[in-house]
Design a protein around this ligand. Structure first.
Ligand SMILES: [Zn+2]
Ligand SMILES: [Zn+2]
Length: 126
């Protein structure tokens, strides 16, 4: 019954979101649907000095896709802004491999495949 209660809450909430004209995602701007909207905080409350205040502040609430709201996709977004990989190789056309949710550095990928790297990992596991 708990689950149905949640579903009903979402359904009612989404109805209000539609009526308030807030059906575009706070993060990507695309339309939200009843099944994938989520409550999002405009100012991130985690690690903030007044975390509790921000968390409960209704004015700090926006709506976004669950995917856009996840920590994983936020990391991907910040990664997309980087111009170099963590080892300092440039993310240019030749050196960038696009993967779901981000980019990979081809130089690093090649490095991971070298014997030296494999041996290093093997010794670390022992
Ligand atoms: Zn979105
Ligand atoms: Zn690299």
């Amino acid at each position: 019954m708990q689950n149905q209660q949640n579903q009903l809450t979402r359904r009612v909430l989404f109805r209000f979101i539609q009526e308030a004209g807030l059906t575009s995602c706070h993060r990507c701007g695309l339309a939200l649907t009843q099944s994938d909207f989520s409550l999002d905080h405009i100012l991130p409350w985690r690690n903030s000095e007044n975390a509790e205040e921000l968390f409960w502040d209704i004015d700090n609430i926006a709506f976004s896709h669950r995917g856009c709201n996840s920590a994983e996709s936020r990391t991907a977004v910040s990664r997309r802004k980087q111009t170099h990989c963590k080892r300092g190789h440039p993310f240019d056309v030749q050196n960038t491999k696009l993967v779901s949710g981000g980019r990979n550095c081809k130089t690093c990928l090649i490095m991971y495949q070298t014997d030296e790297w494999k041996n290093r990992n093997a010794t670390q596991q022992v």
